[in-house]
Design a protein around this ligand. Structure first.
Ligand SMILES: Nc1ncnc2c1ncn2[C@@H]1O[C@H](COP(=O)(O)OP(=O)(O)O)[C@@H](O)[C@H]1O
Ligand SMILES: [Mg+2]
Length: 372
């Protein structure tokens, strides 16, 4: 087992274009770390640098205590699983799983024992004699996992391994993979653009974004546990990226005494965590963030210190267990949640909603950072 240390890691594919800038953080021994971010932000590039499949332009990468910048991939003791399972079509499941051990000249009875153990763990016993084409997508993905597990590596690297599976199987495999990692306790880095996977699977999440051309901007926006990231997003990017539907992000202003947030004619008392910071922003513009689950129907919720907002309904999205409502407040769309399907207003009809003020987030519009 091993920790992974990224120290000011940078990557240029060409001299002009920086893809990764100034990545600094640790992945702990035995941790399940998820890299999440939009497509093209550099997640696979970082993973491939950890694997040694891509050179590192600047900075230092360590696995355990060893600097691995110039260590060959095969000497890093890692196993990687890709979105495309990359199984050998002419080999049986057994041989696909065993292959990596065979080329390492591991004794045949040891290979047999390890493949059997992996097959037990992954529920592949009935399929060991089959070829990949006679397997479902989920079974193939499990074979790819088996191939990684039998190596008993210090680190697992996963690059969007569930993206090719249908929705139901993804949910199932998501749970299976989490269970497997908790059982094996192998340090794991898991790349996904899917924030639900990030929230549900990781011990911690690193939220990444494209670093662009500004030499001061890193790809890393925040590292934390899923709930830290959800409850206290450090900046506007994380706030907008994590959560479905997205957090409402509204132009607002602090009152001259710094006690209230003003937006669209609504006055909302500043919540406790922001009270001190708000004093520095008296009379200034801020961005107010409110998650849709903190915008409820006036007749359905009874929140302490709630604050009324109303406006015409734009769209209703009944999801079964709840209804998402998008309504207009002076030209801006707000998303909220209704608990009941009963007596829903029609499009254009005014709906009376309330905001749970305690759950507010405030950001600086210039730096895009959280105020507290
Ligand atoms: N081999 C390469 N040569 C040049 N540019 C590349 C190469 N691989 C990836 N890139 C670019 O680097 C950026 C990050 O890519 P990638 O790490 O694959 O992102 P992600 O996995 O987050 O979708 C993208 O803009 C991509 O076009
Ligand atoms: Mg990728």
């Amino acid at each position: 087992m091993a920790s992974i240390t990224l120290d000011h890691i940078g990557k240029n594919y060409t001299p002009e274009v920086t893809v990764i800038r100034d990545l600094t953080f640790d992945i702990r021994d035995g941790e399940f770390m998820v890299f999440v971010g939009p497509s093209g932000c550099g997640k696979s590039t970082v993973l491939r640098m950890i694997a040694g499949l891509e050179s590192i332009t600047s900075g230092t990468m360590k696995i355990g205590e060893r600097v691995v910048n110039d260590v060959h991939p095969k000497d890093r003791d890692i196993a990687m699983v890709f979105q495309s399972y990359a199984l050998y079509p002419h080999m049986t499941v057994y041989d696909n799983i065993a292959f990596g051990l065979q080329i390492r000249k591991i004794p045949e009875d040891e290979i047999k024992r390890r493949v059997q153990e992996a097959a037990d763990t992954l529920g592949l016993n009935a399929f060991l004699d089959r070829k990949p084409k006679a397997l479902s997508g989920g079974q193939r993905q499990r074979v790819a996992l088996g191939r990684a597990i039998v190596r008993n590596p210090s680190v697992f690297l996963f690059d969007e391994p569930l993206s090719n599976l249908d929705a139901e199987l993804r949910v199932h495999m998501r749970a299976e993979l989490s269970k497997l990692q908790r059982k094996l306790k192998t340090t794991t880095v898991y790349v996904t653009h899917d924030q639900v996977e990030a929230m549900t699977m990781g011990h911690r999440i690193a939220v990444l974004r494209p670093c662009g051309s500004d030499p001061k901007v890193s790809n890393l926006t925040q590292v934390g546990t899923p709930m830290e990231i959800y409850d206290t997003p450090a900046n506007l990017f994380t706030a907008g990226f994590m959560g479905t539907p997205k957090m409402n992000l509204l132009k607002a202003r602090l009152s001259d005494d710094g006690h209230d947030v003003l937006f669209y004619g609504v006055r909302m008392p500043v919540s406790a965590p922001f009270k001190a910071a708000a004093q520095k922003y008296r009379g200034k513009d801020v961005i107010l963030g409110i998650r849709p689950e903190h915008v409820g129907a006036a007749h359905e919720v009874d929140w302490k210190g709630d604050c009324a907002v109303s406006g015409p309904v734009e769209i209703l999205e009944p999801l079964g267990h709840e209804v998402l409502v998008y309504f207009d407040v002076q030209g801006t769309t707000l998303a909220g949640r209704l608990r009941s399907h009963q007596a829903l207003p029609g499009p254009g009809e005014t709906i009376s909603m309330v905001v749970q003020t305690e759950a507010m987030h405030l950001f600086d519009p210039a730096t895009e950072q959280r105020l507290a």
